[in-house]
Design a protein around this ligand. Sequence first.
Ligand code: HEC
Length: 186
Amino acid sequence: MFEQTGPMRTGTMAAAVAVMAVLGAACANADEPRHFANADDAVLVSKGRVEYAQYCGSCHGRNLQGQALWQLQDQFVGRRAPAQDATGHTWQHSDENLFHMVKFGRFPDAPKGAVSYMPAFADSLNDAEILAVLAFIKARWPIGIRASQASLNPGFAGMPADIGSTPWTLPPNCSASFQNWAEGSR
Ligand code: HEC
């Protein structure tokens, strides 16, 4: 091993170090915990289904369809609970941001003092339970939406395994996901 240190070897090492430096810069906050909800884990998804019915369905709808008129924001009820199926916009957020939303009741980049009617579940669900409920929500999305959302996760985590062998299309408004991803990776 060690006697192979010719110019080639040094060059390869230098390239590897350069790649690692770039990767390091791209994941500047790599020491922060990263949360990923595995929608391909059937056990996790079925746990999440039970939790969803207990904690989330009353607002987000039994079938993830959202509160009636969820698209409207007005002076009476502010923001209603949005749909979490393919008609909503939950899939336009990374797993990490969704995790943060469920645990703390707000997205990490929400302005300080912003009012949200989404309860924080930090006291009623542990981290594993939050990931289970997110896995359940993600498992309900069609493959194109799952692909678009996976593009927001580090390393495209959650990209459907059968993406190469199944016909699918990206959602019409998926460019939002790719824009967020480009901004987040700067
Ligand atoms: C009391 C009603 C209520 C309950 C119960 C509730 N939510 Fe929400 N949720 C909301 C509202 C209202 C919003 C919109 C908040 C905003 O935009 O400021 C929201 C937003 C969200 C979002 C962001 C969605 C998006 O598309 O931007 C996620 C994710 C979410 N909720 C997950 C959950 C999960 C998971 C549960 C159950 C563990 C849950 N919520 C329970 C009211 C609720």
